[in-house]
Design a protein around this ligand. Sequence first.
Ligand SMILES: Cc1ncc(C[n+]2csc(CCOP(=O)(O)OP(=O)(O)O)c2C)c(N)n1
Ligand SMILES: [Mg+2]
Length: 675
Amino acid sequence: MQPAPTLTPALRRQIVNTIRMLSADGVEKANSGHPGAPMGQADIAFVLWHEFMRFDPAMPAWWARDRFVLSCGHASMLLYSMLHLWGYDVSMDDLKSFRQWGANTPGHPEVGMTPGVETTTGPLGQGVANSVGMALAARMMQARVSTDDFNVMPQRVFALCGDGDLMEGISQEAAALAGHWKLNNLVWLYDDNRITIDGDTSIAWSEDTEGRFESLGWQVLHADGHDHDELRVALKQSMRERERPTLIICRTTIGHGAPTKQGTAGVHGAPLGAKELAATKENLGWPAEPTFLVPDDVRAFFAAARAEKQHARAAWEAGYQDWRGRHPERADLLDTLMLDEAPADLRDTLLAAVPVAGPTRKLSGAAIAAALSKMPGLVGGSADLTESNGTGVEHALVFGAPDAGAKHAPSYAGRQVHYGIREHAMGAINNGVLLHGGLRTFGGTFLVFSDYVRPAIRLAALSHLRNIFVFTHDSVFLGEDGPTHQPVEHMWALRTIPNLVDFRPADGVETAMAWTYALQQAKGPTFFALTRQALPAIARQESFQPEDVWRGGYVVSDAQAPEVVLVGTGSELQLCVGAAARLTQEGRRVRVVSMPSWALFSRQPSEYRDQVIPAGHPKVCTVEAGLSTHWRTITGLGGLNIGVDRFGASAPANVLAEKFGLTVDAVFARVKAWL
Ligand SMILES: Cc1ncc(C[n+]2csc(CCOP(=O)(O)OP(=O)(O)O)c2C)c(N)n1
Ligand SMILES: [Mg+2]
């Protein structure tokens, strides 16, 4: 091993300028991107990674690594430059392919695409909320797995964020929970450059950030974000803190080093331009050529520093192996958690545990209870609707900082998470838990408030995170709460998100299989739309197998050469069954299809779809208590789509059923007239 070059002040400057210039050159070559933030944040990133973070570039998935979340995802060139210099699998060619088709250096970081990228960021505020989930997961697993003689879960979570992240409301929700949970393993480094796209932050930002975070139970520290000594002092202080998460407000200059553009919004989101870039290099004492320069000393420094990081990991690994020998049961639990697989017999367990009839939210609650006993890594809760959503974890401890005085006796080992009325953070925090690894999550609210979670759902889908969203009170049939609480457009709003799987189960069998799918089969997020009101058990034809539910749509009852197919979901399947009986009495040949998952049905081979809903002569009618128009994807333009194409109304559910034509009689009459 080459001896490391001494880290003189000159070499330090050279290192951070390397990060700056790689970032600026990358943006310049792509002719697109954000040079200002990386140039301003280079010092913070270097001190943090070099002196404080534990990681091994050769093992990006080492689970005891510290996590680094670049919440201001537009600063992606900072992260890519760091990953390259530290020897992750990000090559010089990758840096030169920034933002190009197929490159592992997309405009904003995407998890799973680039080794060392911990989460997908770009939508401001999501990353900091993810970091709270990661810190929660580390704390929870530590409480359940670690022992006093060795800390199996030493990892800390660092998020680098900007003005935009802290302006977004989700940062408030997430920070409030981090403070409440006393997540002292969490540090946010705030790039306080007082610039956003529109200019100086004073145009829309006058809050007292320090006071805000202190009131949320955070430790707040200050540092000059270009002064390595001050950054070191603050980071050391954050490590010593036993109770609180830490916010380090780092005063920086955006575009640091660019002679005419630094400190202005002009350097936020556009290449410096040839002239300014040349002037920046001259200003920093950097050679104009070659571009993408990494000086030999800098290379040698990172090679040695990387070896030190690897050495530290190996030393930890030795202690960890000793610990495994001393605590085989804990080691087994840890293996089970990290394996992160649902047991093969989950299907049987859930089918046995879930009653066949009832409100599907309650049936879902029964599925959760059964799954919890089978899957120690399953955790979750609700945004203050625990009982309503059926997301209560019976007999489980509530997650939180131990507090003997509290009525609910919280514990870091608790599996019941109370997110408070913070739907958006709930979704993003659970994404963070999944990104951390070792735990599976579910979070509940009313379907109508899925709008409040949507940005996190989209990122779960984009990132292939197996998050589970439990959305109850799924139609106008919630009744008296009225149109503000009655979802109408939500099923389709959600079904339009790629990679997201929908389930609107009609009874206990479908609910049990929907949960089994989400826990065992899913490759990405799943959401359930569940009823407030009770539903009957559905009688199915003899050939039915529970796995048919995973086809998304299947035949419930049939006729010889059907002339009409009635397709129902959730609470409206029973209407199709009832209407079919009446039509059959009148000599009609009717098939009933249940379609609990439009997404899964759409993914079936066309032969299967044609078997269930024959193309051509039979007429097809869908019934769902929500926006009807998009059911044309199933029926074609010539179909009949019965639904609710207006906002709902405040009235008892049975009255609404009459008024909206969602009764057996009404469906029967409409289909008959249409035929
Ligand atoms: C939710 C969301 N809204 C808007 C944007 C567009 N956007 C990207 S960066 C940015 C300004 C962010 O300012 P700041 O965090 O201070 O970054 P800086 O300009 O300091 O680099 C905006 C509005 C976004 N990425 N996400
Ligand atoms: Mg800013």
